[in-house]
Design a protein around this ligand. Structure first.
Ligand code: NAG
Ligand code: NAG
Length: 235
């Protein structure tokens, strides 16, 4: 009251009202969730099945997926026909390149409150070391927090490879828990979705990408953590 009367005495009433409008807008804005990754995010159905969990929990009109992409390449048919197909999954892309050259711009163009990511498979296939991939993860978290100091982050343990050697994936997954703990914070939490344990290579349709059963495993590991974040954020 005091502030607004001082402002109107200064002829700044409209400025004060614009400020109030911004607050109202922020309160009605949907919670923004970025599914970030490679082809295991782009040409798969787990994000559709996670949307089913969002809808079943009653949050479909309160949240949105965000990203530069808006596609459903696998023609996924979740229960919810009008699921949000936005994402930041890029087939064939490396964590290292995304960290160094792309993520900052993506988060500027489509800001997010929650990022959930699985990355590293292409880095492993191209022979990059676990150290280099973990360094890219750290860079990504720094970029996320620079974009939004309260970013809530879900990092996935990477699904196994059914072709070639899985040792690089195994080594990466082994590093993720300590890495995540080291960067964890109350303001910007990091939780791990274990998409690796108990994921059989027989649930890969082509040695790399999950089939329907594999997508359901991913959704069952990622969805509950995302719903926790959504509940906390909307509380
Ligand atoms: C989708 O529908 C099937 C069949 O009705 C049901 O078993 C399943 O639990 C539903 N999934 C979600 C996440 O609501
Ligand atoms: C990060 O901290 C939260 C509690 O603030 C906890 O629930 C979560 O498990 C922690 N993450 C890791 C990777 O330890």
């Amino acid at each position: 009251m005091l502030v607004s009367s001082v402002l109107s005495a200064l002829g700044l009433a409209s400025l004060a009202m614009a400020g109030q409008g911004e607050v109202a807008e922020r309160q009605t804005q949907k919670l923004r969730i970025m599914p970030l990754g490679d082809s295991i995010t782009e040409i798969t159905c787990w994000r559709a099945f996670v949307w089913d969990q969002i809808a079943a929990a009653g949050y479909a009109d309160k949240v949105q997926y965000v990203g530069s992409q808006n596609s459903n390449p696998q023609n996924c048919k979740p229960n919810t026909t009008n699921w949000d197909e936005h994402h930041e999954g890029h087939s064939g892309w490396l964590a290292i390149d995304i960290a160094n050259n792309y993520l900052a711009t993506w988060l500027k163009n489509t800001p997010a409150d929650i990022v959930m990511f699985m990355l590293g498979t292409n880095d492993v296939v191209r022979g990059h070391t676990t150290n280099d991939i973990i360094a890219a993860y750290t860079k990504m978290v720094n970029i996320m927090r620079a974009a939004n100091p309260k970013m809530k982050i879900i990092v996935d343990l990477v699904i196994p490879l059914g072709i070639g050697s899985s040792s690089g994936i195994t080594a990466l997954n082994a590093r993720i828990p300590d890495w995540a703990k080291g960067l964890n914070s109350t303001e910007s939490p990091i939780v791990i979705a274990d998409c690796s344990t108990g994921f059989p290579t027989s649930d890969l349709r082509d040695g790399v990408h999950p089939n329907l059963a594999g997508d359901q495993i991913l959704a069952s590991r990622i969805g509950p953590l995302l719903l926790n974040y959504i509940r906390e954020s909307l509380a």
